[in-house]
Ligand binder design. Structure first.
Ligand SMILES: Cc1cc2nc3c(=O)[nH]c(=O)nc-3n(C[C@H](O)[C@H](O)[C@H](O)COP(=O)(O)OP(=O)(O)OC[C@H]3O[C@@H](n4cnc5c(N)ncnc54)[C@H](O)[C@@H]3O)c2cc1C
Ligand SMILES: *[C@@H]1O[C@H](CO)[C@@H](O)[C@H](O)[C@H]1NC(C)=O
Length: 470
């Protein structure tokens, strides 16, 4: 079916504008790609600003990452998302996952997660179902749910040929290629998430490796790591090397350590704590993997005895991936999405193309909301952006500063240590006050807790807070 893009559908603009600061000077038709936490709050902010919003969501529900999916993709990952069956599973949650931030840091303004129970789990660090139910309720109560088109996968986003300033969005429903349709929008906000495509380091000597490999994207439950007996012969499948010590690495290593024979965590950031971990069973901290030896054993760079392991479990994060983007002037290079002005706007296409939710190492829900508000206002003309050249120069300046600070390219969107400066900067663009000191402290405390390798923080948090405030 061939379609004339300009006439496929009409997008009536909303008759009334209920933005907080009065009518938006320039309401636009805006496509949002993805209905996870970022897409939902982007849609809310766009609606509040008076824009006409259509949210495209590939899956059958809203909530993105927070919709636990018991299926898991095979490893190694297939990167060709155009191939049938490739990257079938969006989610990367494990069954036991509880949030690593307290509820207080996972709400939206005017719609808190704290102080209300959504799925029967009132804990300060709730399980994933609670967060999903919160996002469902947010979608309904904000009026966004009615703007979401489910089972609608965006397959291409690009400038409309001959009409430089508008955007074509090609999408398809579950019927596959035959069903592909094109629509034209004034602007597109990309919120497709970035915890789906595994980022895997190439270990020296991996060619010598005969055991299993997997990534936290594929991890669901610890059972496969239980010591097993097959045909009356004991088959040990349980010496696991966990690579990476982020929030997922810590959780998964702990969970596996309860059933496996040994867990060895390899991380760059362990120097002062090498050796046995008291808070886990059968677990050792090492520095980075030095290599896999010719005999298949794993050697760590601190020089401890090498280990005969069965499985490499990479908890090494994810790649930014935008298979549908057909746009000159935005690339992903070494996991840097760029050039992007303050992680949001490609200078060449600002404000009509934007990205919400790229930064990590920050209070994510809050950064989604601030970025979304900035985008909504930049589109209506109520927030002013510098010219293309000035934005491009600012991006170059940011890159130079990262280089000077020794920050590797792949950490471009990891806001530490300047995360508060970034949040306050975006807040200032939309007339919001700087972050409260209390939120900053809570976030930094949560990070320290994760890093402490002592899981008890999730349940002792409240008592501790009370004690501190006494
Ligand atoms: C294991 C794990 C634990 C985490 N724990 C926490 C935590 O405790 N606290 C916290 O704040 N954050 C946590 N996070 C971070 C989490 O990613 C964010 O909280 C947030 O859910 C990300 O939202 P998002 O909307 O950017 O992406 P997602 O939630 O991934 O949503 C993206 C959506 O876009 C859709 N989509 C993708 N491509 C297309 C397309 N082409 N067309 C249409 N739709 C598309 C997807 O189907 C999905 O619904 C965790 C992440 C992981 C992986
Ligand atoms: C963005 O869209 C507006 C109106 O839809 C247009 O006037 C402007 O030129 C566009 N900007 C860019 C950089 O394409």
């Amino acid at each position: 079916m061939s379609l004339l893009p300009l006439t496929t559908r009409s997008h009536p603009l909303p008759p009334t504008v209920h933005g907080t600061g009065g009518a938006a000077p320039m309401p636009r038709t805006v496509a949002v790609v993805g209905a996870g936490a970022a897409g939902l709050v982007a849609a809310r902010e766009l609606l509040r600003e008076g824009h006409a919003v259509t949210v495209f969501e590939r899956s059958a529900r809203v909530g993105g990452t927070w919709a636990y999916d018991p299926r898991s993709d095979p490893y190694p990952p297939c990167l060709d998302t155009a191939a049938p069956g490739a990257a079938a599973v969006h989610g990367s949650l494990y069954a036991s996952l509880r949030t690593n931030l307290p509820r207080e840091l996972m709400g939206f303004s005017g719609f808190a997660l704290a102080g209300r129970v959504f799925a029967g789990d009132p804990r300060t660090f709730p399980g994933h179902r609670e967060v999903l139910a919160f996002l469902d309720a947010f979608a309904v109560e904000s009026g966004v749910a009615g703007r979401v088109r489910l089972r609608a996968e965006v397959v291409r986003v690009g400038p409309l040929a001959g009409h430089g300033e508008r955007w074509t969005v090609a999408w398809r429903g579950e019927g596959g290629v035959e069903e592909e349709e094109e629509e034209v929008f004034d602007a597109v906000v990309v919120c497709n998430g970035h915890c789906t495509v595994p980022l895997v380091p190439k270990l020296r000597g991996i060619g010598n490796w005969q055991g299993k490999q997997m990534h936290s994207h594929n991890y669901r439950t610890p059972e496969p790591f239980q010591d097993q007996v097959q045909d009356a012969v004991s088959v040990t499948v349980s010496i696991v090397v966990v690579v990476g010590l982020g929030a997922s690495g810590v959780d998964i290593a702990r969970e596996i350590s309860n059933v496996a024979k040994e867990v060895h965590i390899a991380s760059r950031y362990t120097e002062d704590r090498l050796g046995k971990v008291d808070t886990f069973q059968n677990t050792w901290l090492h520095s980075e993997v030095d290599c896999i030896q010719d005999d298949g054993q794993v050697r760590f760079s601190e020089g401890s005895a090498s280990i005969a392991a069965d499985t490499f479990l990479y908890c090494t994060g994810y790649r930014y991936h935008f298979p549908f983007l057909d746009v000159e002037g935005v690339t992903v290079d070494g996991n840097r999405v760029g050039p992007l002005y303050k992680h949001v706007f490609p200078p060449k296409h600002a404000p009509n193309l934007s990205f919400v939710g790229l930064p990590v190492k920050t209070i994510m829900f809050q950064s989604f909301e601030l970025e979304s508000r900035w985008v909504a206002r930049a589109l209506s003309g109520r927030a002013e952006l510098p010219g293309e050249e000035a934005m491009a120069a600012a991006v170059e300046e940011d890159y130079r500063r990262m280089d000077a600070a020794g920050k590797p390219k792949r950490h471009t969107h990891a806001l530490m240590p300047d995360w508060v400066e970034y949040m306050d900067w975006v807040a200032a663009q939309v007339g919001e006050p700087p972050m409260e000191a209390r939120r900053r402290e809570i976030y930094e405390k949560a990070l320290r807790c994760i890093w402490s390798l002592d899981d008890s923080y999730r349940d002792s948090w409240e008592e501790e807070e009370e004690e501190e405030n006494r």
